[in-house]
Design a protein around this ligand. Structure first.
Ligand SMILES: [Zn+2]
Length: 91
């Protein structure tokens, strides 16, 4: 299963899917990582269990997604403008 990373969608998709069947978002992050499932969720955002598709061993990886509304939008808004789904990878 591939988990959609769109915060408003989060639909599960079959393996091998390139794009979410529900919202059309790309499922591959940086052309190599895709999310398997949600690991945790808090006021700061979400963490996803991901897979590094680019390596033969396909090692697990964690994607941290910080939701813009979780922080004061006055100070954070500028840096996140134009990036509705900020993500960072911890592998
Ligand atoms: Zn989606």
């Amino acid at each position: 299963m591939r988990q959609c990373l769109n915060p408003d969608c989060l639909a599960p998709n079959p393996d091998e899917s390139q794009f979410c069947q529900q919202c059309g978002d790309k499922l591959l992050i940086r052309e190599r990582y895709w999310a398997k499932r949600v690991l945790g969720q808090g006021s700061f955002g979400r963490t996803f269990l991901a897979v590094d598709e680019d390596k033969p061993s396909k090692p697990p990886c964690v994607i941290k997604q910080f939701l813009p509304q979780a922080q004061g939008t006055d100070s954070m808004g500028a840096s996140q403008f134009g990036n509705p789904h900020p993500k960072s990878l911890v592998c």
